[in-house]
Design a protein around this ligand. Structure first.
Ligand SMILES: Cc1cc2nc3c(=O)[nH]c(=O)nc-3n(C[C@H](O)[C@H](O)[C@H](O)COP(=O)(O)O)c2cc1C
Length: 172
């Protein structure tokens, strides 16, 4: 599988744009690989390092996997993607099913970390978690807290700061 290295600054706008509809975040612990859809996140620089910051609710299986193995890949579908993959990864938990095989996704050997990339979502950031911070919903304005942390979904998000250690496009 061929990979073309990309500059993080050159792909930041594309990633921020794609986040509006949802991109994928993949984690791995032991031999378990799992992918979820994320709509929140951002690329930036912290502590003089390029980072991708993801917001993962404590209830997600993904948070268990990242806490066990603090690495993740960000997988951006630049050429469209199947509704099935989106529905599975955005609505079903990896606790209950193997989303990768059910969605027919192809894992690609990573360059630096242990979490694989995904061929079908070729723009890839490999991230190593250098900081994690639990959100404190009590500090939010009432309207945001009530909308996002009400009775239906009270779990707060953990912000994972992933240092971007490799960035590339997977090419056939
Ligand atoms: C468009 C979209 C965006 C989402 N964004 C996030 C997000 O940023 N953070 C989050 O915790 N969950 C988000 N979700 C929900 C998770 O993808 C969903 O709960 C998933 O099933 C979690 O999988 P897991 O339990 O295997 O980790 C989003 C779902 C959709 C459809």
């Amino acid at each position: 599988m061929k990979k073309r290295t990309v500059e993080v600054t050159e792909v930041a706008n594309v990633i921020n744009e794609k986040l509006k509809k949802g991109i994928f975040l993949t984690s791995k612990s032991g031999d378990k690989v799992n992918s979820m859809v994320i709509g929140w996140g951002h690329i930036g620089r912290v502590w003089e390092r390029p980072v991708f910051i993801a917001y993962v609710r404590t209830s997600r299986y993904t948070s268990e996997l990242i806490d066990s193995n603090p690495e993740f890949t960000v997988n951006v579908p630049v050429n469209g993607f199947s509704r099935q993959a989106f529905a599975l990864c955005g609505m079903r938990s990896g606790r209950d099913i193997d989303k990768i095989s059910t969605a027919g996704l192809s894992l690609v050997e990573p360059e630096v970390i242990s979490v694989p990339a995904i061929k079908e979502f070729p723009l890839t950031l490999e991230c190593r978690v250098i900081y994690r911070q639990m959100q404190d919903a009590s500090l939010l304005p009432d309207d945001i807290r009530n909308k996002f942390y009400g009775e239906a979904c009270p779990e707060e998000h953990i912000c994972y700061y992933g240092e971007i250690v490799a960035a590339y496009m997977i090419e056939e």
